[in-house]
Design a protein around this ligand. Structure first.
Ligand code: NDP
Ligand code: 8X3
Length: 255
């Protein structure tokens, strides 16, 4: 780690999937953690587990709730208030429907969580990074932010927005010496499909059947690689796919 001897990372969506795997890997590398999510019980259990390795602070808030985001971040004790690394990971897909059949509540959730939530959290954390003239922001986009696929419409739009915000942040924060980069994964086996298919576990499980999908630990590994590069190296944009996946829609189920 080049930012600080004992850096602090702020991870949104640390209660499952990619965020959880990243929190575990960071903890085992002695990175101090602020872990965030809405599921308090999971945050408490995780804090208990990871506190064996590093200092951990919990923030429970919904990224859609602007007031809650700013209040939570303002409430950080001094020890955790200088964030060196921000992992903008909280997000999800809601539904997989054609545009004419799409559910407006699903559209709003995806735009509010994946786009506006990411902006609120970043806006609350950036001032101190700017003051410190250091920091590293990693935005979790998706292959859905590089390619639109059938019925992906609004989820893809939310991730195209993350791609644009990632570029925009990099440009605007350049003068402050802050690194900004994105990871855009393909299919990763997490709770993502359970949420997308609203508890239809059969459909969720089918998403990852017949080939070897990425595991959340694969993405955590790359996130850790990004934050451990020397301070003059910024990995700006990565697309990471399972070997069986060639594009958003081409998955070789014989592999
Ligand atoms: P999971 O569903 O396993 O994890 C999502 C995390 O986001 C949870 O910790 C959840 O916490 C948090 N979260 C969701 N909504 C909110 C909210 N409103 N407020 C606060 N936290 C929230 O999915 P993944 O790990 O797969 O997803 C992480 C990121 O990776 C997302 O941005 C997703 O779009 C992206 N991604 C995923 C891919 C995949 O195939 N899995 C591929 C490409 C990108 P809690 O419920 O406790 O609030
Ligand atoms: C998640 C991957 O292909 O389901 O962002 O959109 S995909």
């Amino acid at each position: 780690i080049t930012i600080n001897d004992k850096p602090t990372a702020f991870i949104t969506g640390a209660t499952s999937g990619i965020g959880l795997a990243t929190a575990k890997l960071f903890a085992s590398n002695r990175i101090n953690l602020v872990i965030c999510g809405r599921r308090k019980k999971r945050l408490n259990e995780l804090k208990k587990e990871l506190s064996r390795h590093t200092k951990v602070f919990i923030l429970e808030f919904d990224v859609q709730d602007k007031k809650a985001v700013f209040e939570a971040i303002a409430s950080l004790p001094d020890e955790f208030s200088n964030i060196d690394i921000l992992i903008n990971n909280a997000g999800n897909a809601h539904g997989l429907d054609s545009i004419e059949e799409g559910n407006i509540d699903d559209w709003e959730a995806m735009l509010d969580i994946n786009v506006k939530g990411l902006l609120y959290v970043s806006k609350a954390i950036m001032p101190k990074m700017i003051k410190n003239k250091a920091g590293h922001i990693i935005n979790i986009g998706s292959i859905a932010g590089k390619e639109v696929y059938p019925m992906g419409n609004v989820y893809c739009a939310s991730k195209y927005a993350v791609d644009a915000i990632n570029q925009g942040m990099r440009i605007d924060l350049n003068k402050h010496g802050i690194r900004v980069g994105a990871i855009n994964p393909g299919l990763v086996e997490t709770e993502f499909s359970k949420v997308r298919f609203k508890g239809d576990d059969g459909r969720a499980e089918a998403t990852y059947k017949g080939y070897k999908p990425l595991q959340p630990e694969d993405i955590a590994d790359v996130i850790h690689f990004m934050v451990t590069r020397p301070s003059h190296v910024n990995i700006a944009d990565l697309l990471i796919l399972p070997t069986a996946q060639a594009s958003a829609t081409i998955v070789n189920k014989e592999l």
